[in-house]
Ligand binder design. Structure first.
Ligand code: PEP
Ligand code: MG
Length: 746
């Protein structure tokens, strides 16, 4: 077996070109048989009952595929599962575990080697090869199989069995709950490319690849022209300039000839594109000038466009349907912003966690979302899809009866919302008279009006980074004034807490590359980034204060404060802007300044900061992330991230007590404020101001108006004596059920 690495690369290349999972697994089994010169290669995947289903085979009777299932532990496959190690024997029939399956007609084959597909220590499948000859595989061959099995773990799981076998009608795929609600709509795939995961591989046919390269260049050129037309009347000329820049980059000889020359040197097309794009991007990345440096993002974006065109997944998003579901590896904030108002009904991300900003935005917009479903290759543009945000599931190609069932649920949800509308003008007050202030979180202009409609008493968190994230360039001061003014005006007479730009970590600006950091969440983010980019921060403060002229409800909130000097520095800047505006004749006022309490170290420093902060809003998302040492975007550890962690709850209680002693107003604006279970505890702990997505306001108000403060206090006290999140949740959920509030349990 020569050239193992090249063969692996070739298989990866062939698999990545193939659009369906069914085809991908069959390419793998065929390639293995041919390369290893064995008669059979098969793939078994464990279904939900731990039965090993034969889902692909080269060499066994085709009729057996999808029909044969080996119960747990049965046969040589069962032996691999039990031991979690390869079973490699020359004479299979002589092995005590041998089990003959008539449908496969495997009686002709003597040798057997099976290797496990391991995920988190569990055997989720078995890859086997068999030969007519009585020949045990050598070490190198066994290692090759083990390597491929590791690749297959990503591709084939129990959830993908129906996809691979091709019967996907009504297939349910479970991910994680990101935003509640149920929706039915048409899929629009967002493909962000993934160019940088392309490996180098040998080019089979140089001339064909060069011709293909020029075809792709033309394709992307046409696509860009189409986009220019599509956006023509929606964005400024300044923004349209980006399309001209892309066209120039596409015609640049260093790209066109660079790729061609790498192909001629023997790299396959995607490898040549990745290498050339990487080289060109690095040149820009090394530049001093921040504007030019930011162009490296454009080059990478273009590279991904070229790669998407090569894969053939570049279907122009037209948003034809009335109900659009965005789906993809990742669905970005700008993907969401691009869907015409009112058409977006759901979001599915193959990766990512429920605490990502895509989820937060989905919650803000009241759109059901499911994250971390794993790659769903069988999903195509235009397919009908159901999203069940309550269960964290999606249902592919629902048939009529399933669709009808879900349409009834959608109707029920809508009816509850309609019924609750009567509470919009009512106060959120407990049955024994404790008033709770309910504010809303916003960021997109699109979510301002729902908050007003549902009776929000102000904006508890305006995430100013969102308008920055959906723009193609830094918004100018005037553009910012106009956006901020719309928000302040919409809530005239009510407080608006505008947070300064909170970028870094998982919030990236497409046009301002932040340095790669080993621990971005612990790095250059929030106010740290702001103070180091004084010009950006000064412009923002000035825009906020100008927007507030004549309205007067602005409060400025600082993200990620962890040290006293940050507050001192910020006050110097605010005062500077204030005097400059005043000397220019403005009638602006100095707004109250406070912090989002997100860094645990802030809690014990509050007494030292008292003279510098007018209010506090607890950012429970980041506070939990830092207290629990759990990356809020990492789906693998998302199980640790809960709204009922005893540690987080007791730190919040400590914060409330310190604020009471220091007489600092305190609110909470993280996702906990939208979770009815957490709300009971928070209110019971004495927190009487909450800020949440507009879509949750009325449900939370209903809850508060249904419970007494006294009962909430008792429950909070009891909850704080429990040592695990599940027990705390169960305690409160039982109470909510007893109060007939089941419908709002998320
Ligand atoms: C938080 O961390 O709780 C918060 C509200 O800020 P963001 O989610 O925008 O980081
Ligand atoms: Mg935060």
């Amino acid at each position: 077996m020569e050239h193992v690495i090249e063969e692996l690369a070739r298989i990866v290349q062939a698999v990545s070109k193939s659009p369906s999972q069914a085809r991908q697994v069959s390419i793998i089994v065929e390639s293995i048989s041919r390369f290893m010169a064995v008669d059979v290669c098969s793939l078994y995947i464990a279904d939900d009952n731990s039965t090993m289903q034969l889902i692909a085979s080269h060499g066994l009777d085709r009729a057996a595929i999808g029909k044969v299932g080996l119960p747990a532990g049965v046969g040589l496959v069962g032996q691999v599962t039990k031991s979690g190690r390869p079973v490699n024997i020359g004479d299979a029939k002589s092995h005590p575990a041998y089990f003959y399956v008539a449908e496969t007609h495997e009686e002709y084959f003597k040798s057997f080697c099976g290797v496990p597909l391991l995920r988190a220590g569990e055997v989720i499948g078995v890859l086997t090869v068999q030969s007519r000859q009585q020949r045990k595989l050598d070490e190198k061959e066994e290692a090759f199989l083990v390597t491929l099995a590791a690749q297959l773990v990503l591709l084939a799981t129990s959830q993908t069995i129906p996809l691979i076998l091709g019967n996907i009608v009504n297939t349910r795929i479970t991910g994680s709950k990101a935003s509640p609600g149920v929706a039915i709509g048409q899929v629009n795939i967002c493909d962000s490319g993934g160019l940088f995961s392309v490996v180098d591989a040998a080019c089979d046919n140089v001339e064909e690849a060069v011709t293909e390269w020029h075809r792709i260049l033309d394709l992307v050129r046409n696509e860009i022209e189409l986009e220019r037309q599509l956006f023509g009347d929606k964005v400024s000329d300044n923004t349209l300039g980006i399309f001209g820049a892309y066209e120039m980059l596409l015609s640049d000889q260093s790209l066109v000839e660079g790729v061609e020359s790498l192909i001629r040197q023997g790299n396959w097309l995607p490898g040549a594109v990745r290498q050339t794009i990487q080289n060109n991007a690095n040149i820009f990345l090394a530049m001093e000038d921040p504007y030019l440096r930011a162009r490296h993002e454009d080059i990478i974006h273009l590279g991904n466009k070229l790669y998407i065109a090569w894969k053939g997944t570049n279907v122009q998003q037209r948003y034809d349907g009335e109900a659009i579901i965005l789906a993809g590896q990742q669905v970005s904030v700008s993907d969401i912003a691009r869907v015409p108002a009112g058409k977006l009904v759901g979001i599915v991300c193959f990766e990512g966690s429920s605490y990502s900003h895509t989820s937060i935005l989905a919650n803000a917009l009241g759109i059901p979302a499911v994250m971390d479903t794993g790659d769903i290759m069988a999903m195509h543009n235009g397919d009908t899809l159901i999203i069940d945000g309550y269960q964290g599931q999606v249902i592919l190609q629902p048939d009529k009866s399933v669709a009808a069932e879900f349409l009834a649920l959608v109707k029920q949800d809508r009816e509850l919302d309609e019924q609750l509308m009567k509470l919009a003008g009512e106060p959120a007050v407990t049955t024994d008279g404790q008033v709770v202030q309910l504010l809303t979180n916003t960021g997109l202009l699109a979510d301002i009006s729902p908050g007003v409609r549902y009776g929000a008493e102000g904006v508890g968190l305006y995430r100013s980074e969102i308008p920055f994230m959906v723009n193609e360039n830094f918004p100018t001061e005037d553009q910012q004034v106009s956006v901020y003014r719309q928000v302040l005006q919409a809530y005239q007479g009510k407080p608006v807490y505008m947070r300064t730009l909170d970028v870094g970590g998982d919030k990236q600006l497409p046009y301002f590359p932040l340095h790669n950091e080993d621990n971005p969440a612990l790095g250059w983010r929030g106010i740290r980034f702001g103070l180091d980019n004084e010009a950006i921060l000064l412009t923002q403060i000035q825009a906020m204060m100008r927007a507030n002229e004549g309205i007067g409800n602005l409060h400025i909130m600082l993200p990620m404060v962890s040290a006293r000097h940050e507050l001192d520095q910020f006050h110097v800047l605010v005062n500077r802007v204030f005097s400059q505006l005043q000397s220019a004749g403005s009638e602006c006022s100095l707004p109250p300044v406070g912090i989002t309490l997100e860094v645990p170290a802030a809690i014990s420093q509050l007494p030292f900061w008292k003279d510098k902060i007018d209010f506090i809003s607890i950012g429970s998302n980041d506070l939990s992330q830092y207290l629990l040492a759990v990356d809020r975007n990492n789906a693998r550890v998302s199980g640790y991230f809960t709204n009922t962690s005893p540690a987080v709850l007791s730190e919040i209680r400590r914060t409330i007590e310190i604020c009471r002693e220091l007489d600092i107003p305190v609110s909470l604006c993280g996702e906990m404020a939208s979770d009815p279970v957490a709300v009971v505890i928070l209110v019971g702990m004495g927190l009487h101001s909450l800020s949440m997505s507009a879509s949750k306001l009325l449900r939370i108000k209903w809850l508060i108006r249904s419970i007494s403060f006294e009962r909430a206090r008792e429950l909070a006290e009891k909850a704080l004596t429990l040592d695990n999140p599940a027990a705390i949740r169960q305690l409160i959920e039982e109470e909510l059920k007893a109060m007939k509030l089941d419908q709002i349990i998320v």
